[in-house]
Design a protein around this ligand. Structure first.
Ligand SMILES: *Cc1c(COP(=O)(O)O)cnc(C)c1O
Length: 370
């Protein structure tokens, strides 16, 4: 076997995005024991930085040792028990994945569907909450990566509170790229992923649970169906001011990477980072329009970090992606589900939300389209 050589790519799809060199360097530091005092201090620092980036004081804020989908599953399996009523908004792929989770928990979903490319409409959610009565959980995706639409999380979480149910928000694509204000929204459970706007390696899923969510977890009648994701157990490894109890071996080096990526975000400042993402988005949209291309999502529901662009008639969308990758080393994403063949998905996440990267992509795209 030859040694590993990976090509340089510019990752401008739906994630992962490029990992900054200092994060790659952090990953390469020596592996130490997952109960080493140095590592335990690092865990506490990571929890504190996660709280700062989620704008929350929730004590139960920690990184799940697996990708975003595991964070999603962690939220559902801990909060739901068989027979619980859930109102679920679906406006893309990730809402559908939430439905799979709800069904596997034995809960009873009421699905409110929206056209792909549309945000979740709070009025229709309110109707469902009103009709159902006694709903345990309202679940929705803040930033739908499959379509590029952003929904109003603050308003949706407020509805959940008004109807006395918990709120669960997917913030995988929004976190660290636009405002995710867990405490101000009073969201009860959120999860994210490291490979999108945080701009770190894939494979870790930060989650945060409110006091109300923790109460619901503690009041369960049945054990959490997943041993690995059971927060009652995971907490004993991640809790501060108490002896750490071995649960699983933390991905030690990945957590070095997470630490460094969070440090970079806080060093830049959250608001500066959000602004950088929205500036890059504005530049991209302007350039795409100059090329005669149209966006799928209408304002004001456009996500800054994920841009779904309509494929013009007569253009072979797969060939365009292939040429971008082969000739320019740039990856962009294809459409999913009903949008397959109809859109490209251009991601501006982490370091790639920059004027330089946007200009580079636009000129490569112009050349390929010619
Ligand atoms: C990427 C993504 C996920 C899944 O994350 P993985 O790390 O791929 O498991 C979930 N929700 C949304 C909105 C995403 O964009």
């Amino acid at each position: 076997m030859s040694t590993l050589t990976i090509p340089q790519r510019l990752l401008m799809g739906p994630g992962p995005t490029n990992t900054p060199q200092s994060v790659l360097d952090a990953l390469a530091q020596p592996t130490i024991g997952h109960l080493d005092p140095v590592f335990i201090r690092l865990m506490d620092d990571i929890k504190s930085m996660l709280r700062q980036t989620f704008l929350t004081e929730n004590p139960l804020t920690l990184p799940v040792s697996a990708p975003g989908s595991a964070g999603m599953e962690a939220c559902f399996v801990n909060l739901l028990e068989p027979g619980d009523k859930v109102v679920l908004a679906i406006n893309g792929v990730f809402g559908k994945r939430m439905l799979e989770n709800i069904l596997r928990c034995g809960a009873e979903p009421t699905v409110v569907e929206f056209e792909w490319g549309q945000p979740v409409d709070p009025e229709r959610i309110e109707q469902a909450l009103k009709q159902q009565g006694q709903v345990k959980l309202l679940a929705f995706v803040h930033a739908e990566t499959s379509t590029g639409a952003i929904s109003n999380a603050r308003e949706l979480c407020a509805l959940a509170r008004q109807y006395d149910c918990l709120s669960l928000v997917d913030t995988v694509t929004s976190w660290c790229g636009t405002e995710v204000a867990v405490d101000r929204w009073q969201a009860d459970a959120v999860y994210s992923g490291t490979q999108k706007c945080l701009g770190a390696m894939p494979g870790i899923s930060p989650v945060s649970f409110s006091a109300k969510a923790v109460e619901a977890i503690k009041a369960r009648q049945t054990p959490v169906q997943s041993w690995f994701l059971d927060m009652n157990l995971v907490m004993q490894y991640w809790q501060e001011d108490a002896p750490r109890v071995y649960h699983h071996t933390a991905p030690v080096n990945s957590l070095y990477g997470l630490y460094e990526a969070l440090r970079l975000v806080l060093d830049e400042g959250l608001e500066t980072r959000w602004k950088r993402h929205s500036n890059a988005h504005a530049l991209l949209v302007q350039g795409l329009e100059e090329l005669g291309l149209q966006m799928l999502v209408e304002q004001p529901a456009r996500l800054p970090m994920l841009n779904a662009v309509k494929v013009p008639p007569g253009v072979d969308e797969a060939q365009v992606r292939q040429r971008l990758l082969q000739d320019h080393g740039i990856e962009i994403g294809a459409g999913l589900g009903p949008l397959a063949g109809k859109v490209w998905r251009i991601g501006l996440m982490g370091d790639n939300a920059s004027e330089e990267r946007v200009s580079g992509l636009l000129s490569a795209l112009a050349e390929v389209l010619k």
